[in-house]
Ligand binder design. Structure first.
Ligand SMILES: *Cc1c(COP(=O)(O)O)cnc(C)c1O
Length: 462
């Protein structure tokens, strides 16, 4: 499989080079030159596979330059860290199928991709005799999932900036209790936006970036999208076994368009997905895009589902590439227009194409809490606030003619305050969090200043 950029200005790459490049050198995002189409027979044959084997079958179609035995080993090790035997089990409550994506080490769906990416980086760095210093800023979930993805790995150090005392106590502990010598938690005296700005400035210093082999783990890496395609197939197989359905809908709570874009790829591969339900919180740029063809940047609002408090969806450019029939010139024009004017608009024809793949709705804080409350009252099952956004969207936008799978993106214990507000008691703590407060911690409190962070990196990098 060869890879190309949405902006069309790089030479084609192998899978391994695409993973190492991350963001394309022309500023675009990397995509496979073609999406493998599966027949219904081939899809049916995948239905019975256990998760790691399914992952191997699907991921193999996009790789081509890693020996099968090595790829299989990478995948098996990535999912051995999950605590549920099904990896991503599907449960059925009150008319919806819930795809539980939170059985990885940090209790959110990002583990599905970052456990794999961490192993992949280690493998590729070893093969190339290279090293990498991963740098990222987090408002919570991504940081801990990235840290768990690379803790203890050879040839990799990771530096994660989080705003000091401005992430939830659980999220902070999930990061700072990882004491492996290759993990550096930096609590900056500032906000998440300061962290993002500092990281952007450091990556913008190309000489520094290359001198210290800086790498990123944000959702622009194709390997992350690829790993997420797998669970759409997995859920489809499980729901089909239960209901004998032909088609399903998926409801996906989203902010960065990463998770739902993986569903779009699964649909393009031939998985019988009737529609993808795109569910946003009050940060509704993606909903406005689907319902009105209006993609215009607003300002970020803080909500009960903080991992979706995003305005600019970094994976959206990948979708634009397909919406524009793979015309990279049109993508380049659109991205220029977006940075000049802060908005994009779409023709009737384009909007009809969007409507064929997606329906969308925005769910506010009140509705999020009442969905957690009602669902718990009817079923005893506790939804996290992100998952609740998707469940509410599924309730509003489906009429029961095809089964609907709601992606459960986090364990409710990660967002205990919102859950408590909704149902009066906090959620049960999973075993991995037991005693986390009393574990040894490692974290450096540091000024939110680019030069200070750079000198820290210079003295602690590989
Ligand atoms: C990151 C995250 C999301 C949003 O993911 P996208 O890739 O933007 O779709 C949703 N829920 C949780 C819990 C997350 O951590």
């Amino acid at each position: 499989m060869k890879y190309t950029s949405t902006r069309g200005r790089i030479r084609s790459l192998t899978f391994k080079d695409a993973v190492m490049m991350g963001l394309a050198d022309d500023g675009g995002l990397l995509l496979p030159e073609s999406i493998p189409a599966l027949t219904q027979g081939e899809i049916g044959a995948l239905e019975k596979l256990a998760y790691p084997e399914l992952a191997f079958q699907l991921i193999s179609k996009f790789v081509g330059d890693i020996p099968s035995a090595d790829l299989k080993d990478l995948i098996d090790r990535s999912y051995a860290s999950f605590t549920h035997p099904d990896i991503t089990p599907v449960v059925h409550h009150d008319g919806v199928h819930i795809l539980e994506l939170f059985h990885g080490p940090t209790l959110a769906f990002k583990d599905v991709a970052l456990q794999f990416l961490g192993n992949l980086f280690e493998y590729l760095l070893k093969e190339r005799g290279e090293k990498m210093n991963i740098l990222g800023a987090t408002s919570g979930d991504t940081g801990s999932a990235a840290i768990y993805g690379v803790r203890g790995k050879e040839n990799i150090n990771i530096f994660i900036l989080h705003p000091h005392q401005k992430v939830s106590p659980i999220q902070e502990l999930q990061m700072t209790t990882v004491t492996d010598p290759n993990v550096f938690n930096l609590a900056i005296r500032g906000t998440f936006d300061d962290g993002q700005r500092i990281v952007k400035e450091i990556f913008g210093d190309l000489a520094f970036k290359s001198k210290y082999s800086l790498g990123a783990v944000n959702s622009i890496n194709w390997a992350r999208v690829l790993a997420q395609v797998v669970y759409y197939f997995y859920a489809w197989g499980r729901v089909r076994k239960e209901t004998d359905c032909q088609q399903v809908c998926f409801s996906v709570p989203t902010g960065n368009f990463g998770d739902i874009f993986a569903g779009f790829i699964a649909k393009k591969m031939g998985l019988p997905i009737r529609r993808l339900i795109l569910a946003t919180n009050e940060n509704n740029i993606l909903t406005r895009f689907v319902t009105r063809g209006d993609y215009s940047i607003g300002s970020v609002v803080h909500t009960f589902s903080p991992s979706m408090d995003i305005q600019l969806a970094s994976n959206f450019e990948r979708y634009l590439y397909y919406l524009y029939d793979c015309q990279s010139g049109q993508v380049r024009d659109a991205m220029t227009q977006l940075s000049d004017t802060g908005r994009l608009s779409f023709s009737e024809v384009e909007r009809a194409k969007v409507a064929n793949d997606f329906v969308a709705i925005s769910v506010d804080g009140e509705q999020t809490l009442s969905t957690i409350r009602d669902f718990h009252a009817r079923t005893g099952y506790v939804l996290d606030p992100h998952t609740a956004v998707g469940v509410k969207a599924a309730r509003e936008l489906t009429d029961g003619d095809v089964p609907v799978v709601c992606l459960a993106t986090a364990h409710p214990a990660k967002f205990g305050d919102a859950v408590k507000q909704a149902i009066g008691t906090g959620p049960d703590m999973p075993a991995s969090l037991a005693g986390i407060e009393s574990r040894e911690k490692r974290c450096e409190i540091i000024d939110a200043d680019t030069a200070t962070i750079k000198s820290y990196l210079a003295s602690h990098s590989r």
